[in-house]
Design a protein around this ligand. Sequence first.
Ligand SMILES: [Zn+2]
Length: 353
Amino acid sequence: MKIHFLPAFHGDAIWLNYNDSNGIPRNILIDGGPAETYSEKDKKGKIEFGILSDTINSIRDNEQRIDLLILTHVDDDHINGLMHWINDDVHATSLIDRIWFNSGKLIFEHFNVSDIIENHIALSVGESTDTSIKDGVTFENLIKNKGIWEYKIIKQGQSIELLDLKFRILSPDEDGLRELLHKWEKKEPESLTAASKDYKKTITELLTSDVYAKDPSIHNGSSIAFIITYNGKDMLFLADAHPEKIVEGLKHFEFTKDNPLVCEFVKISHHGSKYNTSYKLLELIESPTYVISSNGSKRSPYKQCLARIIDSKKDLSLFFNYPELAKDIFLNEDFENYPDLKILPVDYEFRIA
Ligand SMILES: [Zn+2]
């Protein structure tokens, strides 16, 4: 299996490609980054297609399918690239076989509460000039009508065998879903937007009286996070999930401090935010490699988050899907104090045999 952490700006877009036991090539897409991951206009107004578009085209050109599309949660930096594709390409949904998505509609139904239509994701499929087609098209209705949405809540404790893989779902739990039972706000909590970068401090300085504080984002708390097992090897994908929920989820699957999850790599939660990696979580994981998906344009990654991981694990590799970030973040003193810290190169390939 090859795992690609696509450079999706400040968001996530992860592509898994492998052959199943019958030799059939399979593709799983976890999120699709912000809109520009699919396409953006250059200064002259010309459309330039991005890495998500290239990935989709290569799957299509090889006559393969997107066997499973997972939308971890509704934030722009995870779903807008995909919505951009679906708006742009009328054939988009015919390439997809199956979608996991805890949409507002599904969550409200799950709790038997009447739905709030503003929470649905509006589309303008094919940029149609016929407004009767354009109006009222939602992503939820489109994928339901196409029969590609599994239309079941994905939540903590589920163990799902699919496409020769095993998924163990760690987040969200019922409480994380229940918190979404209102009209959704687009704005992130103040406490998350005010911070400045902490890259001038050494790891040692950042760890002095370091105290973990919780992520207040309700949307992040609804993130679908999971362990994927392929050929007996585990990989941990944490979306933007809350560490408290991941800890609960790992404990549910009987991982403890003395019996931690041993995995090939961890996709660190929320682009390396310090609000999404706690010491309690790190105790339950044993992995040689940690992945940070961010171009550094927003607040993340926080060096404080990386400092926690580095100090807890000592001998480890970090992979940045924008590797030039490492030069901004780490000081010579950091490498002197942590000689076993390695930064993986830009062309590093994640492969699981
Ligand atoms: Zn995110």
